[in-house]
Design a binder for this molecule. Sequence first.
Ligand SMILES: [Zn+2]
Length: 322
Amino acid sequence: MTKSASTFALAFAFCSAAACAQTTAPAPVPPAEVPDVIVRKAIPIGEPSPMKTDALPRVLPADAKRVYSQCVVESNVIAITFDDGPDPKGTPRLLDMLKERGIKATFFLVGKCAATWPDIVKRMHDEGHEIGNHTWNHLQLTRLKDTKVMSELQTTHDAIFKACGFAPTLYRPPYGATRLAQQKSIHDQFTYTCILWDVDPNDWRSPRSSTKVHDRVLAQTKPGSIILCHDIHHETVDAMPSTLDDLKARGFQFVTVSQLINLESRTLAERAAFVAAAKAADAPAAAPSPAPVSASGATPAAPGAPAPAASPQHASSAAIAH
Ligand SMILES: [Zn+2]
């Protein structure tokens, strides 16, 4: 029995026992119905999640999608990201704050900045943060020819690897702007996954304000969120102590983007297995049938499996200026 199925069975048994204790002549019990809704396990505010985040894989799962703006998870787990650095003033200060709180973040670096401050890149990597590619010149990819797009990514990839020995697997297009064809060709050439966001405090927009950054992040963040910030703005870095502490106080745990994608992969697999097990238990025992095989020879996904939460079509219209 899966973890989710066993949780449901336990909850059902408890509820049934409680109902029986209040009646002397139990009414006929209706036949059990196969649940088609998965109930999220709520984590009270301020209570630490039992998730062991350090043990989560840091390599993208084999079924990773080509683009994400958030992830489907069942725990209060989120990823915070910082773009456009490294910055010689803001980034080391931010790294101190993250280290003090045991928080792992994801940095999308501009290649020419990574090449200028390789020691900061190495510190990010050494302290357990994830590093992604944000192009060399921070140009809008939709306005570039394919050869220029690839050179922007390749030079940045090389600068990051030279600085810290880590080969990125994620990229974030400047301004969140890419075409679907570009996403495919970038994935084909670099095996990169495109990372957008669902929480945007607009911290680049003037007049900048630490209070606005804090309030907007707290208002928008939910389980599975990918938060967009910029460590090149001192107001954003100034906002981080209270922002990070208040997110933690609400029960959120921080992981890197690749770890969050691994959690989504696990969550969707568990949901599909739960639904398949429930349907199998409800099917007539005398009528087993082999798994259907498509014309191509592939076994289809489990019946009732949920569709992916994020669509690649979100990508090209996601952002204004980053
Ligand atoms: Zn940017």
